[in-house]
Design a protein around this ligand. Structure first.
Ligand code: 2DT
Length: 222
């Protein structure tokens, strides 16, 4: 009998909502309960494309806005399948899911669409196109935090996009994306304690991991 597949679980949210901490805690909790799980994050700065993105985010280089948007998307596609001829590289998302590993992903195509469409002159529709057909997450949890609460958690960092005006525009684009009922969105109140946020995320995830076993992996926005 084929092995049950893993679930694809994504955490999204604005800066300071606690995504990275919560991804790590969720992976740990799943592993402790005997469910194979691994964490991934986008952008994945370890690849050649990821290094171009990283230099852009660190303001060490400038890239044209459409171009960088497509690089962010390419950085997801390059993690979906093995490139042919690419000997000895790490098993990628599709293979891991088929092997029964649940992937917990820190940002995905939703950040891609929300951040670029927050720039003047970009429609959400155009921004979503390059990611159509990516593996569809079984669950997308949006860590909700108001700009005022985010500000209480300290200063923004030095990277590109880390200003409160831009983050507010991004938040609005995420609200638009969440209207799409083809995606299993769950909004999590990120103003709760780290433990309470973790409990809520774990309970949604456990349910999803069981349900995904008997469902085929979908294609995003298709
Ligand atoms: P972190 O590495 O701190 O998460 O910041 N971004 C991310 C985009 O503009 N497009 C994308 O497709 C993705 C995945 C969000 C990464 C920054 O890059 C932005 C914040």
């Amino acid at each position: 009998m084929a092995r049950a597949r893993g679930a694809l679980i994504v955490l999204e949210g604005v800066d300071k909502a606690g995504k990275t901490t919560q991804c790590a805690r969720l992976v740990h909790a799943l592993q402790q309960s005997g469910r194979p799980a691994e964490m991934m994050r986008f952008p994945d700065r370890s690849t050649t494309i990821g290094q171009l993105i990283s230099a852009y985010l660190e303001k060490k280089s400038d890239l044209e806005d459409h171009t960088v948007h497509l690089l962010f998307s390419a950085n997801r596609w390059e993690r979906v399948y093995h490139a042919s001829n690419n000997r000895g590289c790490r098993p990628l998302m599709k293979k891991k899911l088929e092997e029964g590993i649940t992937l917990v992903v820190d940002r995905y195509a939703f950040s891609g669409a929300a951040f670029t469409s927050a720039k003047p002159g970009f429609s959400l529709d155009w921004c979503m196109k390059p990611d159509v057909g990516l593996p569809k997450p079984d669950l997308v949890m949006f860590l909700q935090l108001s700009p005022a609460e985010a500000a209480l958690r300290g200063q923004f960092g030095e990277e590109r996009y880390e200003t409160s005006a831009f983050q507010r525009a991004v938040q609005q684009q995420f609200e638009e994306l969440r209207k799409d009922s083809t995606v299993n969105w769950q909004v999590i109140d990120a103003s709760q304690s780290v433990d309470d946020v973790h409990k809520s995320i774990s309970s949604h995830s456990l349910h999803t991991v069981s349900a995904a076993q008997s469902l085929p992996l979908g294609e995003l926005w298709k």
